[in-house]
Each structure stands twice: as structure tokens, then as C-alpha cells.
Write a protein that binds this ligand. Sequence first.
Ligand code: PAF
Length: 281
Amino acid sequence: MRVLNNIKEVRDQVKKWKYEGFTVGFVPTMGYLHEGHKSLIERAFSENDKVVVSIFVNPMQFGPKEDLSSYPRDLDADSILCGNAGADIIFHPEDKEMYFEDFSTYVDINGLTEELCGKSRPIHFRGVCTVVSKLFNIVPANRAYFGEKDAQQLAVIKRMVRDLNFDIEIIGCPIIREEDGVAKSSRNTYLSESERKAATILSGSLEKAKDILNMGERNCEVIRKVIIDNIAKEKLAKIDYVQVVDGLSMKVVEKVNKSILIAIAVNIGKTRLIDNFTFEV
Ligand code: PAF
């Protein structure tokens, strides 16, 4: 496995592979890889001849008060994980390789980026869409793999690919969880011992919502209240949002009469965690 920092090198290699008849799977990441990322790389490996993983902490998707400077990084550990999971190349560019000083072109999506995470992170999805567009141009893969933990990001990227006719298939992969139910996330490393325990309140509350849905509850306000009341029991938790939405448009739903996404964002101390599940009727 090779680590490449240069756009031309990685693009030329991927083009060569495709010319030779190989299929290419692509896993865009911000590094500090965990089992969740590993599952994406393994899936890409099982469905393609070659696999590229990008590791780039994209400054454009962080707000001024967010954790860009403290975002965890460990290229050595990431390289081992990528190699074991079947990656052929890590694309690891520097900021200046990705963004010219006078960079001034953005990819922005209306509507579904304004809900959920978009409310408290107003510039986030513009940064994600811009960098993912650039990455798709740099790594012209057949398929790209994203985690369903970032359900809104996945919906936004699928919409962008559809609207802008990118020639790539977007594949969503299931959330990978710790034994106690906490969704794997690079940001879990910020949590102190007591915060890590408190973080189980996210998946625990979603389980309660699943239970009442399985018992037949269809009123979304009732479902939201069950989650909100349960999170309120945890002193270290502060809700950003608890929403029941249409999984494609991210619009709030009142009655469960089609497939819905239940998505939550909760601050545990200073760390903002997200989690979700989809319920099919
Ligand atoms: O999900 C992430 O890690 C990032 O948002 C992504 C898709 C790699 C873009 O920077």
C-alpha cells in the first residue's frame, strides 16, 4: 500500500487502473480511523479490484468555534488499518495541495442541508460538498462508500451526485457500534471516562424509540418525547436536536407512514455526538 500526497499522482494511478479494466472503490475520510471506517474499506475491497482511502481533515467544513485544530490525527495507525482492510492507496494531501490561496468555488445544496446538523453547523455541508466534489474529481472511482452514522451527509452527497451527474455510485454502510451501543466515532476519543459512560444515552434513547415504534406508535411527537425525556435523565447530556424526518428530504414528519429517519445530536460535555436509525413501515 502506498501513501500519496499529490493530486496528479493519485489521479493518474486511478485512471490507469480503470484503463486496465479494474474497478475502483473510494473511501473518503478525515483519518483517525476506527472499526467504522474499516468496515467501509473492507466493503470497498470486497466490491472492487482496487481501493483508495483519502485522509484529509477538511478545514472548510469546520465552523470557527469547532474542533479543527484539535481534530485527532494518527497517520501511522491509519496506514496499518488501511493496509489490513485491503486499501491500495492512501491519498493524504496537505491543505495547500487541496486549496489554492485564492480558492473561491463552492458546491452548495439548498433545503436538506438547512435541517438537523445544518442548523447548528451552517457552513458544514458546503465544506463537505465542496471537498467531496474535489475528491471525486481527483479519484475518479466507480463507487464511493460513506457511513450511515452521518445520515444527513449521506443524503446530501447522494443528492449532489444526482443533481450534478457525477459518474460514481454512492454506497451507504451500516453504523458500527461499541459493545455498549455507542456508535464508533473519531470524536469518542475526546470523552472523559464519565462522559464515555454518559454517551450511551444516545443509543439507549434510540432503542427506546425503536421499542415503541415496534409496539405500533406512529405519532412522531410521542416518539421524540420518549427520546428527549430519556436523554434528560443524563446530567452530562445536552440535546442539540432530536428529529423524526423523511430520510431523503430531511423534512420533519408528523406521522410514521413511510420509511423515516430518527436522528439525534447531543453534546456530552464539549463533544457533539450524533446517532440515528431508519425505521421502515
Ligand atoms: O465524513 C467525513 O469524514 C467527512 O465529512 C468527509 C466525507 C471525508 C469529507 O471531508
